[in-house]
Design a protein around this ligand. Structure first.
Ligand SMILES: CNc1nc2c(CCc3ccc(C(F)(F)F)cc3)c3[nH]c(N)nc(=O)c3cc2[nH]1
Length: 384
């Protein structure tokens, strides 16, 4: 290959690392690098719940610019089983996604999906929502499962408090999560090419958010998730907690806001210092006939699109947005055709990646605030 004068690819980074490339106010442009690839931040990470991004081929997800996808520890440990995926060569091979995968610890999914949960200092006991079989998830077991899946970025087991909640309840769960972070760090051990993120809890109490962030910072972890948000609180409460939390976290480590969010949540959270995001919004909304575009949301269940020959967005690089009329998409959605979900999922993920690319470019150019105004004006202007 040397003789062919082909460019020699960058040497694969052996270690997990984060590089801050540019800042514009509190907005950060960076790169999270690891052996399987590099994540350009600010980044949106499509949710691949059962090792698949619903209604998308892996190659399609990649072509949209996704550098990383999420895998679901809770679902995969129940079906097909972590040991089975391990013996089949791990999650990357199983799902044919050779780039970075981030997995959640499963605690959040247990509390939102499983039946008969019992939380203790040791961990959480629960019954599978699929077949009722009893399972026990400890911090150690969660890390063991994420290692069997082979995920590049793993999450500590934590307890996410739903809001509103009492200060005592929020403090108890935050302290438990810190003790579990210590146990996960020990279980994770020394894995240079992978990372285990701590998860900041503390509900909507600034004192508890600062205490949680500071304690996790003292553990010198490779990255930090901000949990316990996007659990029903008003957007302003979420943003206020970011204002309290981000300044405490180390500048040279990535920050991942879990479960967020709408395009407006993303742009407001990036401007407060968040680097990574995940949300079921673009994929779930796509399956329910809702399109995200630069002109705002378009509900393809609405009869006003019945005779509209225009595409969703003629400026988009995504065929789903450019090559199909709203009338056709309305027809597919009303007829509950699979192609409706496929095209709207494709459009929505394309728009989310385009939104992140626009923010990355704007931060590099030092014009993030102006860009934020332009993007919001586009949403406000509405349909073309
Ligand atoms: C929607 N709001 C929200 N989602 C939250 C999540 C789940 C994030 C997640 C991860 C992986 C997947 C997968 F399906 F792709 F696997 C799906 C969702 C949280 N997760 C943990 N551990 N702590 C939290 O405190 C927390 C708070 C969260 N608020």
């Amino acid at each position: 290959r040397m003789g062919l004068g082909l460019p020699t690819p960058d040497p694969k980074p052996e270690k997990f690392g984060f590089k801050l490339l540019a800042q514009d106010g509190k907005a950060r442009r960076g790169e999270v690098s690891m052996p399987r690839g590099t994540i350009r931040t600010p980044a949106f990470m499509p949710v691949g719940t059962a090792a698949t991004v619903k209604f998308m081929y892996p190659g399609q997800v990649r072509d949209l610019g996704a550098d990383v996808i999420l895998g679901n520890t809770y679902h995969l440990m129940l079906r097909p089983g972590a040991e089975r995926i391990h013996s089949l060569g791990g999650l990357h091979k199983f799902a044919n996604w050779k780039y970075p995968i981030l997995t959640d610890s499963g605690g959040f999914q247990v509390m939102s999906l499983a039946k008969l949960r019992k939380m203790s200092e040791q961990g959480v006991e629960f019954k599978s929502h699929i077949d009722g079989v009893k399972h026990f998830m400890s911090p150690e077991r969660s890390i063991e499962i994420q290692c069997q899946l082979g995920s590049d970025i793993q999450m500590q087991l934590d307890e996410c408090t739903r809001l509103p909640a009492s200060e005592d309840e929020i403090e108890r769960a935050m302290q438990l999560s810190l003790r579990w972070a210590e146990r996960c760090k020990i279980e994770f051990g020394d894995r240079p090419g992978q990372a285990m993120f701590g998860i900041v809890q503390g509900g909507d109490i600034p004192r508890l958010r600062e205490e949680s962030a500071q304690s996790l910072k003292d553990m010198d972890l490779k990255g930090y998730s901000i949990g316990g948000l996007a659990v029903g609180e008003p957007q302003q409460v979420m943003l206020d907690m970011l204002e309290v939390t981000c300044p405490v976290l180390p500048e040279d480590k990535p920050r991942y806001l879990m479960g967020v969010g709408t395009p407006d949540d993303l742009i407001e959270s990036v401007s407060r210092g968040v680097d990574m995001f995940d949300c079921v919004m673009p994929t779930r909304a796509g399956r329910h006939g809702l399109a995200f575009t630069r002109y705002g949301k378009v509900n393809l269940k609405n009869a006003r699109h019945k005779d509209d020959h225009r595409p969703l967005d003629p400026l988009s690089h995504c065929p789903a947005a450019r090559d199909y009329s709203r009338a056709y998409l309305y027809h597919l959605v009303k007829s509950n055709e699979a192609l409706g979900s496929m095209l709207l999922t494709w459009n929505n993920l394309a728009y989310y990646q385009e939104l992140m690319q626009g923010m990355r470019d704007a931060i590099e150019a030092g014009r993030f605030e102006d860009h934020k105004v332009e993007v919001k004006e586009g949403w406000a202007r509405g349909d073309i």
